[in-house]
Design a protein around this ligand. Sequence first.
Ligand SMILES: C[S@@+](CC[C@H](N)C(=O)[O-])C[C@H]1O[C@@H](n2cnc3c(N)ncnc32)[C@H](O)[C@@H]1O
Length: 196
Amino acid sequence: MGGISTGYVFFSPLLPITALNGFEKGLNVTANEYSHFMTLPLQFLLSPQTTSSINQHTIHPYVFNLSHQRSTSSLLRTVSFPDVLPHTSATRLHLLQSDFLTLPSSTKYHLVITLFFIDTAINIIDYLQQIYDLLLPGGRWINLGPLLWTPGSSPRMELSLEEVLELAKLIGFQLEKGSRRQVNTEYTSNAEGMMR
Ligand SMILES: C[S@@+](CC[C@H](N)C(=O)[O-])C[C@H]1O[C@@H](n2cnc3c(N)ncnc32)[C@H](O)[C@@H]1O
């Protein structure tokens, strides 16, 4: 998945709030992910026992994909991480390791950010309704990512961006003026590859 993404969309179900103010001051952030393949590396990064300094870990992310490689040095190049130390951040991160659709809507949030996520939905109506139900009155939803509908699974609905926006309005979101943007972004692509 690479190239141009669909950009982000700000929705505000009720009154707009300045939800993004104070990010730098440290927030309570709740992350949700149900796959152990994702949460194990996260725990590895969050723990001071396993990650205690900037750029402590080095990997060769491209070495297993021999297609579209321009050179041996490109194939073997390394990436070091993390660029910031998560456990020293003022932001408090809380991980909910469960299905997004089962999160109780009795706990509500000022802001829901979906990053390369909504196209994992088997039923996008359920996802958008859940996002809406998780928001406090005046809360916002920010989305970034394409609509590559559930690769490897069988989505019941594969809507266009226009239809997703229409559906969101039907659920009760309001699209904030000027908030739709198209941004250049990549996901697991090889920036030096012959095909991206
Ligand atoms: C394309 S990845 C994006 C991951 C991350 N947001 C990022 O930008 O790198 C989609 C993620 O959603 C997770 N996922 C899919 N359906 C989910 C669900 N119903 N509940 C929780 N996580 C889910 C998958 O395990 C996968 O890690």
